[in-house]
Design a protein around this ligand. Structure first.
Ligand SMILES: [Fe+2]
Length: 294
């Protein structure tokens, strides 16, 4: 029998889901409702087979293959392979002298694109023996908890967001770390984007925040020092343990999130420690923001 259990702080765990057979429409709708209400949802014991992740993922919408073919899981175009096995696909930074792979500070996916993905699922195939945890932050809860003065101050404001290929380009909330070596990856030229700081969730209507410390660059139409101070104030108010769930992975776990509402971050792991993750991405249909002239 399908039921849920609250995770510490935020989010829900789904128990009793039978993935061996077909998922009926009633169960699928129930799962969608849980996802919308919780923002982040844990499923344990899903296994590590791509078919299981695909079956679960398709309950929540249309899947979006990664635009870069080399990042897709071989034989499964709708899944992404995130691993340090067989060569690195991203930069390495030294934190406290430990060369670390996969560290990505707080962000929403595609915060530098007008149509962000609606959500995503991660499936732990081989967990890192050291490090490798992932955390989620609920911006709907964080918005509700802002003091009324701050809510009034940010109402109607737009922020500028830019693609960030290197942590050194982060203007706010940079976790530190020293770049080790070069990355060969080349990225398209994404123009900057303006987005409202506060917007309404396109499905639930809840007020949520576009903050995204990885990509935010400033407040549009505001003196730079004043805007930057406001962004720092907001980050301090929002990035708080009471709004965060940090997941310590077991193999076979799947975590699903709502990418409109939740920020997430990856702690990374020592570069010589193996980690294998499969991911699916749920296509978004809501436009938020406008492209700015570069
Ligand atoms: Fe992400």
């Amino acid at each position: 029998m399908l039921h849920t259990k609250a995770l510490p702080t935020i989010g829900q765990e789904v128990l009793g889901l039978d993935l061996a057979g077909e998922i009926g429409e009633e169960t699928r709708q129930r799962l969608v409702d849980i996802w919308r209400a919780a923002g982040v949802v844990l499923f344990r014991g899903v296994g590590t087979e791509p078919e299981a992740l695909l079956k679960l993922s398709r309950c929540f919408g249309e899947l979006e293959p990664h635009p870069i073919e080399a990042l897709r899981l071989h034989g499964h175009d709708e899944l992404i392979l995130l691993t340090n096995q067989g060569g690195l696909r991203g930069p390495v930074y030294a934190f406290d002298g430990v060369p670390t792979y996969g560290r990505i500070p707080w962000h929403t996916d595609l915060a530098f694109q007008p149509v962000p993905n609606a959500g995503a699922l991660l499936n732990m195939v081989h967990k890192a023996e050291t490090g490798g945890s992932t955390a989620w932050l609920d911006t709907a809860l964080a918005y509700d908890a802002l003091d009324e003065g701050l809510k009034r101050r940010i109402d109607g404001l737009e922020a500028r967001f830019a693609f960030c290929a290197d942590l050194a380009q982060m203007k706010f909330g940079n976790p530190g770390g020293t770049r080790v070596g070069e990355t060969k990856a080349a990225f398209p030229d994404y123009p900057p984007l303006a987005r409202p700081l506060v917007w309404q969730h396109p499905i639930t209507g809840a007020k949520i925040l576009n903050l995204c410390p990885l990509n935010i660059q400033g407040i549009i139409g505001m003196d730079e020092a004043e805007g930057d101070a406001l962004i720092r104030t907001l980050i301090d108010a929002v990035v708080q343990p009471r709004f965060i769930y940090q997941h310590d992975w077991q193999e076979g776990d799947v975590v699903l999130w709502d990418n409109y509402r939740m920020m997430h971050c990856a702690m990374g792991h020592p570069v010589d420690v193996l980690r294998i993750v499969h991911r699916s991405t749920l296509r978004g249909h809501a436009t938020v923001g406008r492209v700015l002239a570069a």
